[in-house]
Design a protein around this ligand. Structure first.
Ligand code: ADP
Ligand code: MG
Length: 506
């Protein structure tokens, strides 16, 4: 091991209460120079509040903070930034119409003697800063033309150019795809090489094992300790996060359902093409089966979901549902056949943020629960209560606006919306993306429950571990075609990886 680096940040005994919520109960966070430090905990554990106290957005009730050798108490984010603490927000505060360079120097403009902005110098400096991170873009383009990940990277490069000693990434990777995540990881490594420390908050535990040296764990505002990542296996990490032994869940493996051998197909794809990404894909889905779709990004998994759910046009081939060929012209046709989809882009495609949980859950069954054009409020409430209980949705009431729930609880509401329509087939596209480890496991257990109730599940996930735990069968999709299949015991993370790479070598 290398010699211990000196301490950069030392937060001790931090306490913070809001009305009715004891958000932090004596939390420590000690980060060394150039260290990548994970801050972990379920939703509501207090991670963001701790960061907001550090960056001067909230004031602490008790505790001390030392940064770069001095006792500090920032009263505004600007003060914290001036000291070298740079938070990178998930929802970046950019001015979308302004250029990349303008955004980089917003509030910090380079001016000529005359007082006017020196555009030539601004663009030159911007280019230079980005080049340092191997980002080669035209800095005069509007920033909105960059992907979310690139915008994050620009923000990081900018932060670093302003003498950052500590960069904080609070769930910065949750909306990124795998490739974008990996470029962001490279940037984090570069920060480390420049001796800049990083506090990294993520729900994807693999990322912690990939780049973090230390992890501090919070649970319901309590400090659960700080550990060397190399010495804390995943099971122990999860157990500390959820506050109980997680082995039964982590070591869970679906028992193969013997009945499936004699089961009939509820749905069949025969050489289905959509004239675009799908190029003649064929497979069967059996009753009560959990079928996983594995493949690289862009392999056509989401397109299969869309084709079955009536969201895309089928150019050739046949989709057979319950023995009859179907040609869905809209989502309503699919719903009538009791097929539902919980989409990948939950925020964009499924959640109505300014509506209540109740209205979000029951929106697709309003007709069924209405009499003479009036919603049967009592029935509606019964249904909502039933699903809040069944799916353990954490909320004070069904009247709460859905936007105030954590990602995991929002996802449960979207699944509840599907389930209250009594589906025969449910398609879950990346059901655990962006949600915390506790909610993730609850959703995985729910999938098993659905299969037991004889509902057929199509599960799309880029987390192969999940497919291996939860599926009866996994098919490998490559460039819009089915190129392989794994059954029951064969389904392991390694086997899936191997099949995917074999498929790509073909
Ligand atoms: N401004 C606020 N007012 C009241 N309660 C808050 C506020 N910010 C956070 N909380 C509460 O503090 C707790 C910790 O929240 P937070 O730090 O956001 O959790 P997370 O670990 O998911 O980032 C939660 O119970 C949350 O509801
Ligand atoms: Mg948070």
């Amino acid at each position: 091991m290398s010699e211990e680096k000196s301490i950069l940040l030392e937060m001790r005994g931090i306490c913070k209460s809001f009305i009715g919520v004891n958000a932090l109960k004596g939390v420590d966070l000690v980060v060394r120079e150039g260290e990548v430090h994970a801050l972990e905990g379920e939703n509501g554990a207090g991670k963001s509040v701790l960061i907001k106290i550090l960056t001067g957005l909230h004031q602490r009730d008790a505790g001390t903070i030392r940064f770069a050798g001095h006792e500090v108490s920032f009263t505004s984010p600007a003060q914290a930034q001036a000291a070298g603490i740079q938070p990178i927000y998930q929802e970046l505060n950019t001015a979308p119409c302004l250029s990349i360079a303008e955004n980089m120097f917003l509030g910090n403009e380079i001016k000529k003697k005359s007082g006017f902005i020196d555009w030539k110098e601004t663009n030159r400096r911007a280019k230079e800063i980005l080049k340092d991170f191997n980002i080669d873009v035209d800095v005069t383009r509007p920033i909105s033309t960059l992907s979310a990940a690139m915008q994050q990277m620009v923000a990081i490069a900018t932060a670093v150019s302003q003498d950052a000693k500590l960069v904080i990434m609070d769930e910065a990777t949750s909306s990124l795809d795998d490739k974008e995540v990996s470029s962001l990881m490279d940037i984090v490594r570069q920060l480390q090489a420049k001796n800049i420390a990083v506090i990294f908050i993520t729900h994807r535990l693999n990322e912690i094992y990939e780049i973090c040296e230390k992890v501090t764990i919070l649970k319901d505002g309590e400090y659960m300790g700080c550990y060397d990542v190399a010495e804390l296996d995943k099971l122990s990490l999860i157990s500390k996060m959820i506050g109980r032994d997680a082995s039964s869940i982590v070591n869970f493996r679906k028992e193969f359902n013997e009945d499936l051998k004699n089961s009939t197909a509820i749905c069949e794809f025969k050489k289905v093409s959509d004239g675009d990404k799908l190029k003649g894909v064929s497979f069967e889905l059996n009753k009560g089966e959990v079928l996983g779709l594995a493949g690289l990004l862009g392999a056509g998994r989401t397109e299969i979901a869309n084709a079955l759910f009536g969201c895309s046009k089928i150019e050739s081939g046949e989709v057979i549902v319950k023995g009859t060929e179907v040609k869905y012209r809209s989502v309503n046709d699919a719903l009538r056949d009791k097929i539902i989809l919980c989409p990948e882009e939950r925020k964009r495609d499924a959640v109505f943020p300014d509506m209540s949980i109740k209205d979000n859950i029951t929106m697709s069954i309003l007709k069924e629960i209405s009499k003479c054009g009036f919603i049967d409020r009592k029935r509606q409430e019964e249904i909502v209560e039933e699903y809040i209980g069944k799916l353990k949705i954490k909320t004070p009431s069904g009247k709460q606006l859905i936007k105030f729930l954590s990602g995991g609880n929002q996802q449960k509401c979207i699944i509840a919306r599907g389930l209250c329509a009594n589906p025969d087939i449910i398609i879950l596209d990346e059901p655990t993306r962006g949600i915390d480890v506790g909610a993730k496991m609850e959703i995985e257990m729910l999938i098993q429950q659905l299969a037991k109730e004889n509902i057929s599940v199509i599960m799309i996930s880029s987390i192969l571990e999940e497919l291996a735990r939860d599926c009866d069968r996994v098919i490998i999709i490559r460039e819009g075609e089915e190129v392989g299949e794994l059954l029951s015991e064969e389904i392991t993370e390694d086997n899936i990886i191997q099949r995917i790479s074999e498929a790509h070598a073909m």
